[in-house]
Design a protein around this ligand. Structure first.
Ligand code: CDP
Length: 806
């Protein structure tokens, strides 16, 4: 030891492990335009594919004539359903147990549906050629309203299954009905509701929206006919699952398929599903023997892939006169579009919607969800959300506000008296979940104090008086939300995607000179996994995060994993990383014991080394142990230092948060100014506070978009009215308010490092906070429910309907 030897605190700091605000290692390449996205991939001889899409929402196809397109120089092929049929690929299975047309087979069911796939020598020729494909349509009656779809005599949309009385999730009661899924005790809940002191009842609609990542979906399929290997590069949030599906569909053995997710420019659920573009590119590459690239344009992306939400939620919440909630009843009419392609674990056709009892100790509850076909795009995805938890949080947080209004109670107090108490965890909800840990009262008190809640209410009352006296045209709204999330699917026994259990994985190799590579089954789309997973490992194995490479997204090298969505990376792959690290440490301990000539049990771990108990000067660092593992013959041990862990989580994790939004609403212009937004998140052990803050800022901005303007809207003919970024609201820095972030830290008892997910929390909790603020501004005038998005026009109309325009 000399003065230059780092002391213990310095050694801890050098690790850049758990809790360190380490700068994101990915950002150097992203901020300098050096990312490698799928459209950057250029292979020799590569062809380009593009879709002829349907202008109609519902029509029979009379004929497709590709002659003129094929005559265009550079056009190689035009594929239609007839070409795919002999291969059995004109339809494909969906993640939800339904099937979906790859290319229109006899009819189209939504505007923008894929009708033919043109393959050409370059992108521009392909785009010109799709204009030359002549398709004759006979239009059919269109249904965009899920309630009308279930009426007697409604036009049958899915003629292919019109007579099937049984679907993937049980009986179907109408040709346009997909399933009825129920959870909870219906009879007991109805009994409580019918005899309660107070019942608040409302229809809460969460409109159809879209994840709209900056990078659209796309792929490059490259079939090497010599060695029989198919390589598929793409924007895949679950590369291994894509490989398995590609193998099952194509008949190519899985070892002969390599799926690579390069850098991904945002996913948010949009890139979980399997789209016709992938299937057609693979077929085109097999047929032509050349690589084929398909990249969506923005309109394709908004119109045809992966909508989110579209839930009509009828609720009844029962309570005593004092405000103690006694029961919750909910029925959802879920608009799934033309095919049930929702991305949910098989057992859960409504995802985790039954987390809708929220943060409250509700003794009895019932949920029923009817899935319905309409002439809209398929693919309901969890837009920065864990399988419908966002809909659930919005529902319960609106119902709480409506109940508070009915009781004439303060909504913050109503929440407080109904919260699940700290000592009730692990808490078993009436709808079957086991919440792992929480301390809601502490978080709530901290949040209310931080914003001076009482002061805000005083100011609001004064503003109201001033408004009534005609001194201002602005009302003030205080939007409260307390949400509980459910993230980290598995466990395998409950959750699967197309039969693959939802575990995740990490494989670690320590190099002789004491650096390492960790490969995971997840794939970052901007969340910073290369930064944070290295931090988990640094704390586990005592090697600085700066010396650990994290690699994801290549199925030839990464262990099998179920991918990244629903904030599952930290709860599942993060746990696998910690456990694989512990395996490394266990072997390292045996090596150190041999080198120090002591028994394993005589050693203790100290930051980055094993030390002989009671003799601190005798130790072996991880760097020394790593070297020894490769250059010394150690009796009874294999050379090398590697480990792999496949982690099946025993439960999900339940992060939570308290969000408060303060806004001024101008009743004459409908403009809502968000002047304060406070977000307290509890995601258990915090790996990297700076990354968490970034996740919260991004998620809140998406929530702002959804609550205040973002929508996939259809007219009665099934035309998409918001198919471009001129119409689909994507906030910029201009619209984005300042956010104040805060936290409490309640570790998960079952996660190896106590971490819960966080990525989607701000979207889940943000939407009700913004929406509740709008509602709260008008509460004094009796507004119960006005549907999102709260754009200026809708706010103006609300003010008008309440008689505030004189
Ligand atoms: O699955 P996804 O990556 O979208 O979500 P996540 O697991 O919530 O992680 C998002 C980012 O936040 C990752 O870089 C995590 O490592 C980081 N995070 C953290 O630093 N601490 C937590 N307790 C949870 C997530």
């Amino acid at each position: 030891m000399n003065d230059m030897t780092p002391n213990r605190d310095e050694r801890v700091a050098n690790l850049k492990g758990l809790g360190c605000k380490r700068k994101r290692v990915e950002d150097a390449r992203f901020t300098q335009g050096k990312g490698n996205y799928v459209d950057d991939i250029k292979l020799p001889g590569m062809l380009f594919g593009d879709f002829v899409r349907s202008p109609y929402a519902h029509a029979r196809i009379k004929s497709i004539n590709a002659e003129a397109a094929l005559a265009l120089p550079g056009v190689i092929a035009v594929l239609t359903a007839k070409d795919l049929e002999p291969l059995g690929l004109h339809w494909m299975p969906t993640l939800a147990g339904d099937k979906q047309m790859v290319l229109a087979d006899g009819k189209v069911l939504f505007q923008g549906q894929e009708v033919a796939f043109v393959v050409a020598s370059d992108r521009y020729v392909a785009a010109d050629a799709i204009e030359l494909v002549e398709v004759e349509y006979d239009d059919l009656p269109v249904i965009t309203d899920p309630f009308k779809a279930l009426e007697d005599g409604a036009t049958v949309l899915r003629e292919d299954i019109a007579d099937k009385k049984e679907g993937a999730h049980g009986p179907r009661r109408h040709p346009n009905h997909i399933f009825l899924w129920e959870e909870g005790d219906k009879a007991a809940t109805e009994e409580v509701v019918s005899s309660a002191d107070v019942v608040a009842e409302e229809m809460v609609y969460y409109h159809r929206t879209h994840p709209c990542p900056l990078e659209t979906c796309g792929c490059v399929a490259s079939m090497d006919k010599i060695n029989g290997k198919l390589t598929l590069y793409g924007t895949f949030q679950a590369p291994h699952v894509v490989r398995t599906v590609a193998s099952l569909l194509s008949g190519i053995d899985e070892h002969n398929i390599r799926v690579v997710s390069p850098d991904i420019g945002g996913g948010f659920g949009n890139k979980v599903g399997v789209y016709p573009g992938y299937v057609c590119s693979i077929v085109a590459s097999i047929v032509t023997g050349k690589p084929v690239k398909w990249i969506e344009d923005r309109m394709d992306n908004l119109m045809a892939t992966a909508f989110a939400r579209d839930y009509w939620m009828q609720g009844k919440i029962a309570a005593t006169k004092e405000g103690k909630i006694t029961g919750l009843w909910c029925h959802v009419t879920a608009d799934h579009g033309a095919f049930d392609a929702c991305a949910d674990p098989t057992k859960y056709p409504a995802g985790f919607f039954h987390i809708c009892t929220g943060s409250y100790d509700i003794p009895v509850a019932y949920v029923g969800v009817d899935g319905v076909y309409t002439n809209k795009a398929p693919g309901g995805v969890a837009y920065r959300c864990s399988f419908r938890v966002t809909e659930a949080a919005y529902f319960i947080e609106r119902m709480i506000e409506i109940l508070a209004q009915k009781l004439g109670m303060d909504a913050a107090e109503l929440r407080r008296i109904n919260f699940i108490k700290k000592e009730q965890f692990p808490y078993h909800s009436a709808l079957g979940w086991e919440y792992d840990s929480g301390d809601y009262h502490t978080a709530w008190d901290k949040a209310l104090e931080a914003v001076d809640y009482k002061g805000l209410r005083r100011e609001q009352a004064e503003r109201l008086e001033a408004f009534k006296r005609g001194e201002t045209r602005k009302l003030m709204g205080v939007g409260l939300t307390f949400f509980t999330e459910i993230v980290g699917a598995g466990p395998v026994k409950n959750c699967d995607i197309l039969g693959m259990g939802m575990f995740d994985s990490c494989e670690i190799r320590i190099h002789p000179t004491g650096s390492a590579i960790a490969r995971l089954g997840t794939i970052s789309q901007g969340q910073g996994h290369a930064t944070t997973f290295a931090q988990i490992l640094a704390s586990e194995i005592g090697i600085s995060a700066d010396k650990i490479t994290v690699e994801e997204g290549d199925t030839d090298t990464a262990p099998y994993g179920l991918g990244t969505y629903g904030s599952r990376s930290t709860p599942v792959a993060g746990a696998a990383t910690a456990l694989a690290g512990r395996k490394i440490r266990a072997k390292a301990q045996m090596i150190a014991a041999y080198l120090l000539e002591v028994h394993d049990d005589d050693l203790e771990w100290d930051v980055d080394r094993f030390v002989v108990k009671g003799a601190p000067e005798r130790f072996k660092t991880m760097a020394e142990i790593a070297y020894a593992s490769y250059n010394q013959a150690i009796p009874g041990l294999e050379p090398g230092l590697e480990a792999v862990s496949y982690y099946d989580p025993p439960n999900m994790t339940y992060p939570f948060g308290a969000y408060i939004c303060v806004m001024d609403v101008d009743v004459d212009t409908g403009v809502a100014d968000i002047r304060q937004f406070y977000a307290l998140d509890d995601c258990g052990t915090r790996i990297n506070p700076m990354v968490i803050e970034g996740q919260v800022h991004g998620g809140l901005t998406e929530a702002l978009a959804i609550a205040m303007g973002q929508e996939i809207a259809y007219d009665e003919m099934g035309n998409v009215k918001t198919g471009t970024l001129m119409d689909f609201f994507l906030p910029t820095a201009w619209e984005t308010p300042n956010y104040v972030t805060d936290h409490t830290e309640t570790p998960s008892p079952h996660h190896p490092i106590g971490a819960k997910g966080v990525g989607e929390s701000p979207n889940v909790g943000g939407v009700p906070a913004f929406s509740n603020a709008v509602h709260d501004a008008f509460r004094a005038f009796g507004l119960k429910q006005s549907h999102m998005p709260h754009d200026h026009w809708r706010i103006w109309k609300t003010a008008n309907s309440l008689g505030l325009h004189g």
